[in-house]
Design a protein around this ligand. Structure first.
Ligand SMILES: [Zn+2]
Length: 265
């Protein structure tokens, strides 16, 4: 089975924001890691050093909650406020006098860390699983689940729906939990092809289904709002695992069920 690691590109050397030259001191701990050096005097620098020491990935679509210490999210938010202020100033917006943008940096930092990208910084919502005592093995599907995400390339919205189908295995989880886990996974910068795989990995880890299928249909604002400006274009992709992959009739039943749900949209 293909894992996420197989799909991830090598770390990019270009992705980091520039820090002020005076702060750009390289400590021995962060030489040769992924990306550019970030000073350990900043909260993001300390978190990053921790991630690198653990050899943990911190790509845009990774969750890093386990590497944040008590109180660090607030400190990180303050750091992001300063950097967004810098961005607005670089865009030559008079944030000192423009009443509309005076608090924008605070709003954007809060929005990134606690709303639209909360799936990077907050731990997974608690999901209780239960033994499949009745040994249910019929397929069921859940959807449409609202997808709110952002593209990793432009940080603009990806909005759509997803459908999840399960042939239960040893454990089951409540229907509403699929939405909660999906929201947590999608609340990160993504590319759609990887987003479904990450969601599939999380659901497999939670309930070890015999079969699992996910279909994601979304509109990308980097195509609607900018770029080619195609307002109606959408992208559909899917992942099927276990019995949905190996058994043709189960795979067909999964897609038939989803088609019925989609026609209700
Ligand atoms: Zn984009």
């Amino acid at each position: 089975m293909m894992t996420l690691d197989d799909l991830k590109p090598m770390p990019s050397l270009e992705a980091d924001f520039d820090v002020a030259p005076a702060l750009q001191q390289v400590s021995p701990d962060n030489v040769g890691g992924t990306g550019s050096p970030v000073p350990a005097s900043t909260t993001s620098g300390r978190i990053r050093q921790r991630l690198q020491a653990a050899r943990a990935s911190f790509f845009a679509n990774d969750n890093i909650a386990a590497y944040l210490e008590e109180g660090e999210l607030e400190a990180l938010q303050n750091e992001v406020v300063q950097q967004v202020r810098g961005l607005l100033k670089a865009l030559v917006i008079d944030i000192d006098h423009d009443h509309n943008t005076a608090e924008t940096a605070e709003r954007v930092a809060k929005m990134y860390l606690h709303e639209v990208f909360k799936g990077r910084y907050h731990p997974q919502p608690k999901v209780a699983s239960f033994p499949n005592v009745r040994e249910l093995d019929e397929i069921y599907t859940v959807g449409p689940i609202t997808v709110r995400s952002a593209c990793s390339h432009h940080l603009v919205p990806i909005l759509g729906h997803c459908w999840i189908g399960i042939q239960p295995g040893e454990r089951v989880i409540g229907l509403s939990k699929f939405s909660r886990v999906a929201d947590w996974v999608f609340s990160r910068p993504h590319i759609q092809e990887e987003a479904v795989i990450i969601l599939a990995d999380e659901i497999e880890a939670l309930c070890k289904p015999r079969g699992l299928g996910i279909v994601l249909k979304a509109q990308h604002y980097c195509m609607k709002w900018r770029g080619v400006k195609e307002p109606q274009a959408s992208m559909v992709n899917s992942v099927v695992r276990g019995s949905f992959r190996s058994n043709v009739s189960m795979k067909k039943e999964f897609f038939d069920l989803i088609r019925q749900q989609e026609s209700l949209l």
